[in-house]
Structure formats: structure tokens, C-alpha cells
Design a protein around this ligand. Structure first.
Ligand SMILES: Cc1ncc(COP(=O)(O)O)c(C=O)c1O
Length: 445
């Protein structure tokens, strides 16, 4: 038996071999921050401190950390069957998981394709959109529409439809035939909105402009995050998503929601589709899907899309697409256990109870130095800071470091601080997040 690794032993003596993702490797390796344990609302740092998790890892540990039920399910499954292919074979657990999942997805969206990440789910959904139109005899619909400031992972599909400049500029040429809607961040009109901003539904009309430019018969799908997270917590203006849906319907364009951060209770409902009462044609999910205990993503499709492939394809494989680990049994086990926790503890709705308290906490920071906007929805918060002259991002990074030193994990993107704690949080955690962050904002000049 291997003995468990202790906190002291978990400190490596060489940090060079690991090329860290989305990281300033030079800065980090000069002053590392290592996390060596996690339980419920807290991480444990390598220097033995408890760090309140203000971000649910990366928007993913919705039920908090170290959930015994999930660990036990993974262990039991690993002992029964570690891996089985799902190409022309199957394992019962993944069918069970898909069926249970379909109970919480929007009505009529009950067909689920598993991946390992959202980057893969994005590629999958874009490919399904293209193939769907082709199977229906509309193979001319090849154009994909994303949105400025959108984040859909880092595959070539995701960065092509995504709209974050630094994620795109090194990697051209990207996919052909992609266009972008304007983003919805308009602080001149909407700064310090509580919940959905009043102004901006008309920004959805940008899709009409692209239809006029390209003709609807060339457009396959539009992909957006209902609430854009990675680009700095951009809450959709009231009526925006409804209008996007109407325009897609008018022109036969598929609407894809990237629900990876809005799914599994983040807005106080199972999915943003439910919160906003707008049903997309496909939904991308991951993160909270397994409470992040085992990597897994998925594309949730309208039943009719799946049926079209079955009815419209010659006998044989209907979709030439899949991953070695699509529907991995350990991920399915973790996902079933996570769903059970969400159901038993009411975590898919819990955000609703706490949303007002959270909103008040977030907006209590509006008059702090250099704060130029505060945004919130469900249990998501964004605090935008004025960039330092000639040093963009630095003020927010300094806040991040100050918070970390003082026992709080926050996330920054540009000069925006993003917050999304686990949904098991209590009011006292909200108070601590607000107090620690407020103190950091005041200290950092
Ligand atoms: C909206 C959205 N899409 C896609 C991704 C990428 O997910 P992954 O890293 O699993 O590919 C993220 C990650 O934060 C995200 O927030």
C-alpha cells in the first residue's frame, strides 16, 4: 500500500518540468503558490494555511471539495471496471448517467454526447451543427457565429468562435467562415447594474446584420455563453438571449449555449436556459457535471437533432466523431454521485436563496478605490478595477496576491475580479469574501 502524501512531502523541489497552463511560469516559479489539500469551502496551501475558495476551483466544484460520496463512487467503479470503450460497445453506468442527467436538462433536450472537456464539447457541437444541416439537405450552412469576448476553450474550434484576442492572435489561421457578434459589455449604460442590465437587448440584432451580410442559408449556428465568465463576468442585458433565440428561429440557425459555468446551480437553477427561459438547440456542460472530480464534458442536444441523424443517415455509424474517453466509467460514477448530492442538498436551487445577500455583498464594494463596475447574477460576482496607467492587469493581480496571502482565492481576468464560490457556502463565507477582498482593494493602489 502506498502511504498517503503528507503536506510537507507534497512540496516539490523542482518546478521546471511542468509547463503550466495559462500561467506566468516565471513569476509563479519564483514565488509558488501550491495547493495541497481541499475540503468543503477551503483549500489548504503548502505553507499550511486554509484558503477560502472564492472561485469553486475554476467554476467547477459546485458541491465543495472532497465530497466523500464522490470519492467512494470513483473508488468503487475503479475496482469494478476501470475503463471500457464506448465505440460499438457500452458500459451500463454511462447510460444510467445520461438518463439521470436528462432528468435535469431542459425538456426535449435529452440526448447527450460525452467528451472530456468543454474545448472538446465545443468542437463536438460545431461539428454536429455542420453535419446536422448536411443530413437535412442544407449542406450550404457552413458559417459559424461566435461573439467578441466569448470564451469557448482552447481548441481551434473554440478559439475561432471565441473572442478573446490574446487566445487567438498567436494561432492563426483559425477556422474559415467564422464571424462574430458584438459583445454585450457596455459600462457607459450599464455600470453597477444589479443582476441583468436594463439596456442592450438590441445588441442581439447584430445577428440580423450578419444574416444580411452572409445570407441565412450559409449560417449553421451561433454560439454564446449565457453569462460570459472568463472574459470578466458579462451579464446578458434583459431580453438579449430571448431576442437571439427569435432571430435564430426566424432563419433556421442553431443556437448553442456554452453553459459550462452557468450550469449546475450557479444561477439558482439547473441551467441558464431555465433561468432565462430560453431553450437553445445544444448546450455545452462540464465542470459541475462531475463536481470536477474526474474530467468530463458533454453536449446536450435537442432530441430532434439526434433523431435527424438516425433518420437521415444510411445504415451504419451516424456520426463519425468521438473520443477514447467519451463516457469514461470513472467520470460517469463521479457524475452520478455529484447529481445525487445536488439533488439531496438542493444545490441546483440554493443560489436563489442566497442571491440577494450575495448581490448586496458585491455591491457594498462599489465605492472602494478604483472600482469602476460591480456586476452579479446568481452566485457570480464581478468587480472591475480601473487599470493602472501603463500597467494593465497589474492592479487586479496585486489584489489576487493580497487576497491569497490573507486566505481567500479569487480569480482575475484583465483588471476584473471574478467570484464564483462553491454553492454550499453560507452567509458567513460571503461576509469573509467581501471583507477580505475589500481590504485588499483598499491596500492595493
Ligand atoms: C464558458 C467556457 N467555455 C469553455 C471553457 C473551457 O473548458 P475546458 O478548459 O474544459 O476546455 C471554459 C473554462 O473556464 C469556460 O468558462
Amino acid at each position: 500500500m502506498n502511504k498517503p502524501i503528507t503536506t510537507a512531502e507534497a512540496q516539490p523541489n523542482d518546478l521546471e518540468a511542468f509547463w503550466m497552463p495559462f500561467t506566468d511560469n516565471r513569476q509563479f516559479k519564483a514565488a509558488p503558490r501550491l495547493l495541497v489539500g481541499a475540503k468543503d469551502m477551503h483549500y489548504r496551501s503548502h505553507d499550511g494555511r486554509d484558503i477560502l475558495d472564492g472561485t469553486a476551483g475554476l467554476w467547477c466544484c459546485n458541491a465543495g471539495h472532497g465530497r466523500a460520496e464522490i470519492t467512494a463512487a470513483i473508488k468503487a467503479q475503479a475496482e469494478t471496471m476501470d475503463y471500457a470503450p464506448n465505440f460499438q460497445m457500452g458500459n451500463p453506468l454511462v447510460f444510467e448517467f445520461a438518463s439521470r442527467l436528462a432528468e435535469v436538462t431542459p425538456e426535449g433536450m435529452d440526448r447527450i454526447f460525452f467528451t472530456n472537456s468543454v474545448s472538446e464539447a465545443v468542437d463536438t457541437a460545431l461539428k454536429i451543427a455542420l453535419a446536422y444541416h448536411r443530413v437535412r439537405g442544407e449542406g450550404g450552412r457552413t458559417r459559424l457565429i461566435g461573439r467578441e469576448r466569448g470564451y469557448h476553450g482552447v481548441g481551434f474550434g473554440g478559439i475561432s468562435v471565441g473572442g478573446i484576442v490574446s487566445n487567438r492572435k498567436f494561432f492563426g489561421p483559425l477556422l474559415n467562415g467564422v464571424d462574430h457578434l458584438r459583445h454585450t459589455h457596455v459600462p457607459e449604460k450599464n455600470a453597477f447594474s444589479r443582476g441583468e442590465p436594463e439596456w442592450g437587448a438590441e445588441l442581439a440584432d447584430d445577428l440580423e446584420r450578419l444574416v444580411q451580410l452572409h445570407d441565412a442559408s450559409t449560417i449553421a449556428a451561433v454560439i454564446v455563453e449565457p453569462v460570459a465568465g472568463s472574459t470578466g463576468v458579462l451579464i446578458p442585458p434583459k431580453g438579449y438571449l430571448q431576442r437571439l433565440r427569435e432571430i435564430c428561429d426566424r432563419h433556421g440557425i442553431l443556437l448553442i449555449f456554452d453553459e459550462v459555468i452557468t450550469g449546475f446551480g450557479r444561477l439558482g437553477s439547473s441551467f441558464a436556459a431555465e433561468h432565462f427561459d430560453v431553450k437553445p438547440d445544444m448546450m455545452l456542460i462540464a465542470k459541475g457535471l462531475t463536481n470536477a472530480a474526474v474530467p468530463m464534458g458533454a453536449v446536450v442536444c435537442r432530441d430532434e437533432i439526434y433523431q435527424t441523424f438516425l433518420d437521415g443517415s444510411p445504415a451504419g455509424i451516424e456520426l463519425f466523431h468521438g473520443y477514447t474517453y467519451s463516457g469514461h466509467p470513472l467520470a460517469a460514477a463521479a457524475g452520478l454521485a455529484a447529481l445525487e448530492i445536488y439533488r439531496e442538498e438542493g444545490l441546483l436551487e440554493r443560489g436563489r436563496e442566497l442571491a440577494d445577500y450575495w448581490e448586496d455583498g458585491m455591491h457594498s464594494m462599489r465605492d472602494l478605490p478604483h472600482v469602476i463596475d460591480v456586476r452579479n447574477l446568481g452566485i457570480i460576482g464581478g468587480v472591475e478595477l480601473e487599470p493602472r496607467e501603463g500597467q494593465p492587469t497589474k492592479r487586479a493581480v496585486d489584489c489576487f496576491l493580497d487576497c491569497y496571502e490573507n486566505g481567500l482565492l479569487i480569480r482575475t481576468t484583465g483588471d476584473i475580479i471574478a467570484l464564483s464560490p462553491p454553492l454550499i457556502l453560507e452567509r458567513e463565507h460571503i461576509d469573509r469574501i467581501v471583507d477580505t477582498l475589500s481590504a485588499a482593494i483598499k491596500r492595493v493602489h
